[in-house]
Design a binder for this molecule. Structure first.
Ligand SMILES: [Cu+2]
Length: 180
């Protein structure tokens, strides 16, 4: 069924009146232009062979001590790299965590030795999987703001990124006990 969809769409386009088609083209050009302006559309950062896509965090309730950090790293190079450390003014520390199930209970623990980004591959940090944890928050991240952080990779080096803060309920927050 999905096979027929692109065809149906192509037919619909071909049948569109010229003005509408021209408008469609203008919108496309505008979108492409916007995509080139950092922070407007494409929220991504580059360092060496790596692309860091859409770093985001979540607003936290008053008094919260930790906040998550998520993004996808794409490695366009032919050698693996490794995410070694993260720092930000928003918290005392930032750790790389992984999730696991221990005795039937979801737990998270710090990743030691960094996180490998395979050559030509990508790694997604997301809720319920690998993620960053900003620990010892100095203030609460607020929905709609962006806060800067620095990611350091073994080969590509350091890159400054901005975490876009999304709503508190964003994608399956799990109440997790942090040992620290
Ligand atoms: Cu964590």
């Amino acid at each position: 069924m999905s096979k027929f969809l692109p065809r149906a769409r192509a037919l619909a386009l071909r049948g569109a009146p010229p003005l509408q088609r021209r408008l469609g083209f203008a919108v496309l050009v505008l979108l492409l232009l916007l995509a080139r302006v950092p922070g407007v559309f494409a929220h991504e950062f580059k360092v060496g062979d790596l692309e860091i896509e859409h770093p985001w965090s979540r607003a936290t309730p008053p008094g919260a001590k930790v906040a998550g950090g998520y993004f996808t790293v794409v490695n366009k190079g032919s050698a693996p790299d490794r995410l070694l450390s993260i720092s930000s003014d928003i918290s005392d520390k930032a750790e790389l965590h992984e999730m696991g199930v221990k005795d039937g209970v979801m737990t998270m623990r710090p990743v030691s030795g960094g996180l490998e980004i395979p050559a030509g591959g990508k790694v997604a940090l997301k809720p319920g999987a690998y993620h960053l944890m900003f620990t010892g928050l100095k203030r609460q991240p607020k929905q709609g703001e962006k806060f800067p952080a620095t990611l350091t990779f073994e080969k590509a080096g350091s890159v400054k990124v901005e975490f876009a803060v999304e709503g508190m309920g964003e994608t399956g927050d799990m109440d997790m006990d942090h040992a620290d």
